[in-house]
Design a protein around this ligand. Sequence first.
Ligand code: ATP
Length: 306
Amino acid sequence: TLQVAMAFALMSALYGDFMQAVGASIRIFDLLDRIPDVPTENGDVLYQLDGRVEFQHVYFNYPSRPETKVLKDITFTVEPGEMVALVGPSGGGKSTIVNLIERFYDPDSGKILLGDVDLKTLDPQWFRKKIAMVGQEPTLFASSIKDNIAYGCSATDYQIEEVAKEANAHEFISTFEEGYNTLVGERGVRLSGGQKQRIAIARALIMNPVLLLLDEATSALDAESEHLVQEAVDRAMKGRTFIVIAHRLSTVRNATKVVVIDKGEIAEMGTHDDLIAKNGVYKRLVLRQLTAGSFHESLDKDNNQE
Ligand code: ATP
């Protein structure tokens, strides 16, 4: 549509090189204020990528605040098909880890491997198409729902509808008079947080990424929406490597590995059950979050074991 064309023209003009570098990254609209701080020239393109992620002794400070140590000696591995939950107090560094996986910044020292290859040697434009990120409040751009789902991919109407069904978005989209052509964004219909997340999941599905990154909503969605988002996430993570910044107890329980990040360091690592049994930082964190109401379920099962 004209509106999309104009939006693209304006953005390309403003962010020429940047747009080129980011390519079809689904986070493009979140990214406008998160311009990668790394060189964007071409690197290697691999024949295959399997979603494995490895942090090797990563140290990192944001360039704008070089005196603040944000990540210190972060070492962990996410094997293909694993579901890893990042948890920890606010400001601990969870989002920073995700930013580094998307290579918005490079580590000051240490290495991040994607597959078995140093992220720094890969073509950012290429590997960002293999990684999908679903944020807490995904930003939709002022265009149709269809364009928002297909963004950056050449998808048919049929494919768009299929992924929307997978993402539990088809039903609410169908209630709009104009269906997939309904305008969203500033001058379009207002969508709830849960509906936006489901559109972002549909967008992720159309990319068919090897690695799915999710920042779980901290604020409670209404029960219905929460269930539909959860179901969509469960479908989207199947057969993929999945890294989630987790705020729900059911999520950490399902994770193959929980990585507890506290003040930029890995405080503990293991399964939920291992860490509860350890009676350390993780257990305190879970109990505190339960009391604060930020975990939506109860820990009765674990408390009863004591
Ligand atoms: P939350 O759970 O609140 O999202 P988090 O664990 O994801 O927190 P980060 O957002 O990674 O933590 O933040 C880690 C530290 O880095 C904090 O001290 C934060 O203030 C700082 N920080 C985050 N983003 C930036 C940035 N773009 N520039 C400078 N400092 C930043």
